[in-house]
Design a protein around this ligand. Sequence first.
Ligand SMILES: Nc1nc2c(c(=O)[nH]1)N[C@H]1C(S)=C(S)[C@@H](COP(=O)(O)OP(=O)(O)OC[C@H]3O[C@@H](n4cnc5c(=O)[nH]c(N)nc54)[C@H](O)[C@@H]3O)O[C@H]1N2
Ligand SMILES: Nc1nc2c(c(=O)[nH]1)N[C@H]1C(S)=C(S)[C@@H](COP(=O)(O)OP(=O)(O)OC[C@H]3O[C@@H](n4cnc5c(=O)[nH]c(N)nc54)[C@H](O)[C@@H]3O)O[C@H]1N2
Ligand code: SF4
Ligand SMILES: [Mo]
Length: 730
Amino acid sequence: MLFGRNIKNPIKMADKGVVKWTYSTCGYCSTGCSIEIGTNAQGQPVASRGVGGADVNRGKLCLKGIFEYEVFEATGRASRPMVRDTIHEAYAPTHWDTALDKMASEIKRIQAKYGQDSFAIVSTGQILTEEFYTLGKLVRGVIGTNNYDGNTTLCMASAVSGYKRSFGSDGPPGCYEDFEHTDCLIAWGSNLPEQHPIIYWRLKEALEKRKFPVIVVDPRVTIFAQNADIHLPITPGTDVVLQNALIHVIIKEGLEDRDYINANTNGFDELAKEVENYDPTSAAKICGIDEDTIRTVARLYGKAKRAMSIWTMGINQSTHGSDGVVGINNLNLVTGNIGKPGGTSLSITGQCNAMGTREWSSCSGLPGYRALEKPEDREEIAKFWGIDPEFFPKKRGLTETDIFPAIETGEIKGLWLVATNPMTSMANTPRIRKTLEKLECLVVQDAYYDVESSQYAHIFLPAGIWAEKEGVFTNTERRVNLTRQVKQPYAESKSDMQIFNELAKRFDNGKVIRFPERPADVFEEMKQLSKGRLCDISGMSHDLIEQKRGIQWPYSEEKVADNENGSQRLYTETATFCYPDGKAKLIPLPFINNNEIPDEQFPFWLNSGRLVEHWHTRTKTGKIGNNNKFSPIPFMEMNPDAADEMGIKHQTYVRVTSRRGDAVVMAMLTQRVPRNMVFIPFHFFDCVNRLTLGLLDPYSRQPAFKQSAVAIEHVDQDFAAQLSKELRTY
Ligand SMILES: Nc1nc2c(c(=O)[nH]1)N[C@H]1C(S)=C(S)[C@@H](COP(=O)(O)OP(=O)(O)OC[C@H]3O[C@@H](n4cnc5c(=O)[nH]c(N)nc54)[C@H](O)[C@@H]3O)O[C@H]1N2
Ligand SMILES: Nc1nc2c(c(=O)[nH]1)N[C@H]1C(S)=C(S)[C@@H](COP(=O)(O)OP(=O)(O)OC[C@H]3O[C@@H](n4cnc5c(=O)[nH]c(N)nc54)[C@H](O)[C@@H]3O)O[C@H]1N2
Ligand code: SF4
Ligand SMILES: [Mo]
């Protein structure tokens, strides 16, 4: 009898006829995997593969990267600009000049009638850095509206704000290699195996070589929690209480690093006084983690030679988002864990280029982490661009989450959305829908025409996507990596940069400021502006970046001369933080619970987030069979005991209601969520964000997407099945 390989048919890889592989960086998440796209003899993308020599992913890709070559030709790609006078009529396809002329004249009309800032712009974390810099130049230097922001306010704003408060500047200080050196890791509100699978693989690889404790803080039993040594199922929105309690124990037991604190920080006494109030017994009652476990974790972290924290949306998307980040930084500063291999506060970024927008888009300031509030920064940029510094506002305008209410009140009359889909991704979408309907002019610039926000637009501009363009992305660990152009933008669509350049020509200052056409020339401008800054990229070039498979900033010209690699870590020397005295701030964090919490009427916590197979509002993964098939319809995780009590069966439809609206979803019974919580992925249109409240963090203005209260009702199954089918647009 034959066993094993002798009777197996060898796996045959279909020959896709690849004649060329082009280097790129994955356009989904911020892990920043180096990827190559294979094109056939006709120049069509037919395959993707990971790049073996790349430090980030070492040949690997996740499910999204593997099928990413399909995004170019996926259903719904937009081919021509479209315009209409009112949102009640059908769009008419038109020529680029007509669409851009109409757009420029609408911007000018609205600004003349209602004021310079009455036209707002909301961009993204998903275009190339050269495009971000160009958009910033267009908005700050040419159009001149101060109401300019990005979807990063829904995503990384709390991390940015927390880093600035603690260290004096944004910029994640650590890197993936820290996993190789750490003795203890806490992951706060991050589902790494699903959302950053390759970073998780780097962590697992480090753990296979050398065991160290992994602690996951998440109210849900995620895959990460299942694989952790200790899972802390925290009461939603109370991470700051746990952080304070950990520091309380560390100080009580003398586990703090006095030498580091004295040499590198200010504010220890004030912090110590505040955490006095958070003894584990009292804290346990608020954060839901028992007092002994709090002490155990504090000792593990405090005694570890090197300890690190990573975090994602479970921290950022909260009314205490910015404080949660400061709390993590407090914990690391008190234990002397910043700027050391294995000792760091590493925010795990979201979108492929959420870092690029922080550094270069001018959304919250001016290029290269410069501030509108600083006269010398305004002067420097105005001189470089050749315009009057008085053209710049003297402080930052509204964030995305404040722009929408300003549309409601009539302060803003026109809006341009670049690569973002608020009709699905903002909290309380019934309100967003009404808001968008009020606009005199909405422009949507997207790679797919079926993006939901385009239903409310007057002008639609079709954009080239990801590797239809050339330029750089910055990943979670400050690594600048390159995307080469694999093919021309789809049909008549244009790259975002081309669109910005052509719009600029239609304004006075657009004729004064230089708008280079080649991405490499734009990169040269950014290099000059980066010299001597924290995000120094002056030693880089597109070719060198490709050769090194990404370079971590700061990377000055001197580093190239010495043939050095990029910078793995920030703040490695004593007192080199970005405050004038070089010291970081320890900030006391009193806690006031201001969330919408479950009550009799709405008895469940509503938690929301992501799935490994889908990307955000599914404009991409919804069309890719091998991604979409895993979860083609909206569903909700519900605890089987809670379901039993209500007579709800596995895989039946239910109606979920909140004070904002309702959604019909399929109940999937699972122990992943506690009895008083449900979890709904946010990838589906007219679903979880019809329910969310999205209270804002006072510092970052980021919405608390993860904490709302809902009720669950039975629903007619046939009706629900029909509704679910209708909502399934693809
Ligand atoms: N496959 C895939 N990957 C992605 C994305 C995607 O859409 N799909 N999006 C990318 C982007 S832009 C981002 S921002 C990241 C997001 O990456 P993650 O933040 O890891 O993902 P989420 O599912 O949004 O939320 C993470 C966890 O926060 C937990 N959480 C909820 N409330 C709390 C709380 O109060 N405290 C704590 N500690 N945890 C809480 C949730 O239970 C959830 O498991 O993923 C990136 N990667
Ligand atoms: N309830 C709930 N809501 C959430 C979250 C949550 O956890 N829970 N998470 C929030 C977070 S962290 C984020 S980041 C946001 C994301 O929210 P969005 O930014 O609204 O989501 P995307 O679907 O990524 O939208 C990006 C759009 O850009 C288009 N696009 C892609 N590439 C290009 C390009 O090169 N050029 C142009 N012009 N267009 C392009 C895509 O087709 C897509 O329509 O959602 C937020 N909303
Ligand atoms: S982990 Fe992120 S960057 Fe890497 S292949 Fe997956 S989606 Fe792309
Ligand atoms: Mo995000």
